[in-house]
Ligand binder design. Sequence first.
Ligand code: PLP
Length: 439
Amino acid sequence: MNPAPLVDCAGCGAVVDPSRALPFRCPNADGQPDIDHVLTPRPAEVDFPSAPDDHPFRRYAGWTLAGRLARWSGLTVGAYAEIVDELDAALVRVGGVGLTRSPFAKRPALAKGTGVPGLTLWTKTEAVQPAGSHKIRHLMAVMLYLRVLEAAKLPAREGLRRRPLAIASCGNAALAAATMARAADWPLDVFIPPDASPVVVRKLRDLGARIQVCDRAPGELGDPCFTAFRKAVAVGALPFGAQGPENGLSVEGSRLIAYEIAEDLAAQGEAIDAVYVQVGGGAFASGIAHGFAEMEEIGAIAKRPRLVTVQTEGCHPLNVAYQRLTAWRKETGADARAALAHAAAHRTAFMAPWPTPPHSVAHGILDDETYDWLALVEALDATGGETVIASETDLEHAYALAKADGFDASHTGIAGLAGVLARQPAGERVAVIVSGVDR
Ligand SMILES: Cc1ncc(COP(=O)(O)O)c(C=O)c1O
């Protein structure tokens, strides 16, 4: 039998067979804390889909670990499609909508509203997804994998159902996790701070999540929710968030956004120069960058767009880390490849937690570290991209423009557009991803 589709750690090179062990957190991560461990499924070796099928996880089954593992284990295409459909139908029962290929369209009025001369603006609207953001894609990739383990009776399924899901979040990721957990009928522990939004907490409770409020003990360093989440995982919970180092497979979910954009552009004979992506922990942008790289590799698009990451004035650890790495390159004369290898093994020399309590109206992207930063650095280098900082004025302006153009999106959700306002890319063809409904 061929080996199962394997998963590699981008930081230390560990190889995980996902039929036998869960490809979430790198097995070497605890022993080597200064290395950036993120488990990353190997590239697909199948043809890109050509038959019409609009459900992202059915259409790109051969490009996701769950779909590939299903085929490898002997499940038929139909059996895998049924797994996707059942989960999707359950999402509809829970939240009224299923996961869909989201709309991607040119927005001339919005482009005009930005005042950027000659700007062609495309938007991909992820706020239509279950729980109102793209986060559901990250968790669908993980849940489908768990479902395939069970359906194909693979060794890694042993004891799974005795293990709850766990996440540290009080925003879109938590709502997506609770929606998915409810749909999959799997218990979920959500670790939240005492000041979490009451609206979100009520929704989480309604979805049946078990909420654990984490107070900060006097003198405690780091995020108490994250510490509690880690403790839960250490005693058996399954990491069900959207941060690469904790669950590398989750990152895969946003690759599909790039596949959809690439296909839509190719079908219309169009191209974009840059994609502006709001960055918190970095998984969203990391998956998108990876997806575009794959699309370039197979020739679905001539050239992958420049990655422009967008963070806020109140919290931009990626920007700082990238500047530090650029300075290190200048000093040492290292090329991009050597710099990346150096960064992968010396994380704390570059990526540091944001030193002060971060504030912004875009509170969904205030992660004090960009956990998936290395994949972003790789993409910034490879595409000639840049890190942009949006001011609070840019965020408010983008929010108002998006509202006027009919979008229902939060400040976090339109932060990509705020990046466009900050950067003013005159004459360019730019895509932004609008995600995260206004609550
Ligand atoms: C709507 C929205 N967009 C983007 C992001 C950023 O995603 P990531 O944390 O993966 O960088 C978030 C994170 O919460 C979000 O809620």
